[in-house]
Design a protein around this ligand. Structure first.
Ligand code: NAD
Ligand code: 13P
Length: 354
């Protein structure tokens, strides 16, 4: 591609905004390679700000801060909040998808129907989830790619958004290996995301990176149950070990080309599992599930101020898929999480069910 790359971020939640910050810092720093301005699609809503109700996009563009989903973090001036998703991606050739997985289908359909996504674009999915339809499973880089007719890679890692936004050092993994890169090389993608505080490791295992991020959310729910039950560090380590084995087995069973090393050696594997089981929202809400007896939906509402949980929904999606395949017994931890959240299995029966 001739000229500079134009970047758009589809999504502006806790992680969507933190990634927009990183990307906006890099488009400003590498102004020879990228256009500085980055449109960030915002699912518009009214927020209470300084005593007045105002559209979130208006507040973000005035304050350079996402006061609802990433408060107290200054965003680069090049980040422009846009309530129309079609306008947000128009003219962009690098599209970053970063929204809760339950909303991806609807947004992609809207983009496809608009016909405004450039055929010269490539994408990166930062989404942690799986797509189950009938008795099939797919991953978001593939479903988004097919819907929009573009190549999409994956970014995932041990990246609790608030810590990344505070520029506390961490690593991430990006899988990007298009047959035709449309002029967006692997080096360009690395340049777009790498910061001193956000170390990027590149690889080619799109399925492995995407699956690791999705599956660890279910293990984090189990880790939260262990915390809620007052079990100790040894118990949580056991949950994490069993969970990691199940993640690898699931990946190898349904996506035989994934690399084991993606799970055991990359930030998106073992490291993300650890941070999510120590500090994530899925873990926190699962602990409260045990302690309060409230449903996960209620806890999401009570505890997350509009942010969304992915782990319980993913456990349900996996359960229905595994059930259709007659394989629930092979994935005991995933199945136990589903049974505890949705079928009334007492959480203290976690150990004997995994
Ligand atoms: P979030 O949990 O903050 O979710 C809130 C976002 O969802 C807001 O932008 C809100 O406007 C949007 N939303 C609400 N209802 C909607 C609707 N009907 N249609 C479309 N959008 C709607 O989101 P997030 O933290 O940015 O998560 C995005 C992805 O990144 C998820 O897959 C998550 O697992 C992953 N992730 C999150 C973190 C983290 O620490 N937050 C870190 C790494 C990866
Ligand atoms: P939670 O959604 O459980 O907070 O996990 C965040 C995450 O994916 C950290 O890498």
């Amino acid at each position: 591609m001739a000229g500079k790359h134009t970047v758009a971020v589809v999504g502006s939640g806790n992680w969507g905004t933190a990634i927009a910050k990183i990307v906006g810092e890099n488009t400003a720093q590498h102004s020879d390679v990228f256009n500085k301005d980055v449109k960030m699609w915002v699912f518009e809503e009214e927020v209470e700000h300084e005593g007045k109700k105002r559209p979130l996009t208006e507040v973000i563009n005035e304050k350079h801060e996402n006061v609802k989903y990433l408060p107290n973090i200054a965003l680069p001036e090049g980040i422009v909040a846009e309530p129309d998703v079609v306008k947000a991606v128009e003219g962009a050739n690098i599209l970053i998808f970063n929204l809760p997985h339950q909303f991806v289908g609807k947004v992609c359909k809207q983009l496809r129907d608009s016909g405004k996504v450039s055929k010269d674009a490539v994408g990166i999915s930062c989404i942690k989830g799986v797509e189950i339809s009938k008795d099939d499973i797919s991953l978001f880089p593939y479903t988004i790619g097919e819907e929009l007719g573009i190549y999409v890679g994956a970014l995932s890692g041990a990246n609790i958004a608030n810590e990344v936004a505070e520029e506390k050092f961490c690593e991430t993994t990006i899988a990007y290996a298009p047959k035709d890169d449309k002029g967006v090389s692997s080096d360009t993608i690395k340049k777009l995301f790498h910061r001193d505080y956000f170390r990027v490791g590149m690889c080619e295992d799109v399925a492995g990176v995407s699956l690791a991020g999705a599956l660890k959310n279910v293990v984090a729910v189990a880790a939260g149950f262990a915390d809620g039950l007052g079990w100790g560090d040894n118990s949580k380590a056991a949950v994490m070990r069993v969970g990691l084995m199940e993640m690898k087995k699931f990946a190898k069973t349904f996506f035989p080309d994934v690399r084991s090393a993606t799970f055991t050696e990359e930030s998106c594997g073992i490291a993300d599992l650890i941070t999510s089981c120590l500090g994530g929202r899925n873990r926190r809400c699962a602990e409260a599930f045990v302690k309060t007896g409230k449903s996960m939906d209620e806890l999401e509402q009570d505890m997350l101020n509009g942010q969304k949980l992915q782990g319980a929904g993913t456990a349900e999606e996996l359960f229905h898929f595994l059930d259709k395949k007659g394989k629930t017994d092979d994935f005991k931890l995933f199945t136990a999480v589903y049974n505890i959240v949705y079928q009334g299995l007492p959480p203290d029966q976690l150990a004997e069910n995994i």
